[in-house]
Design a protein around this ligand. Structure first.
Ligand code: AMP
Length: 115
């Protein structure tokens, strides 16, 4: 069996991090290295899916739950507008293979695709 992901360890309280919101199947934390004024991570509690492609194929309702929480958090922490990023694969910058959405908001430069 592989080691628990850093996000599972946070969820289980092994690594300190504030869980700022949760739903039945999803939780959210602040990114430790923010790339925007608001940079949150929305993460399924289950580590079953490694990336968003696997998640969309395997459990679209869970993906929808993640997007719903991202939307609520963007309204709570910013003006409601947000960018949702799923890095998929090491070549795209994915470092944690427990699917997660980056929620970026607040003062994003117009037209930029960067994080
Ligand atoms: P990715 O590179 O898309 O896999 O995203 C992983 C994200 O997890 C990065 O943006 C990291 O800054 C973030 N991260 C890593 N460790 C922690 C931690 N202990 N608490 C919060 N965010 C973390």
């Amino acid at each position: 069996m592989s080691e628990p992901s850093i996000f599972t360890r946070i969820l289980e309280g092994d690594i300190p991090s504030e869980i700022i919101a949760e739903t039945e199947n999803v939780f959210a934390i602040r990114d430790i290295a923010p790339k925007a004024p608001v940079h949150l991570l929305v993460i399924p509690k289950s580590p079953e899916y490694r990336n968003v492609v696997e998640l969309a194929a395997g459990d679209p309702a869970l993906l929808s739950e993640m997007i719903g929480l991202a939307n609520s958090l963007a309204a709570e922490h910013s003006d409601g507008d947000f960018r949702l990023v799923f890095n998929t694969g090491p070549g795209a910058g994915q470092t944690v293979f427990h699917v997660h959405a980056h929620v970026l908001a607040g003062g994003l430069s117009e037209g930029s695709l960067g994080g």
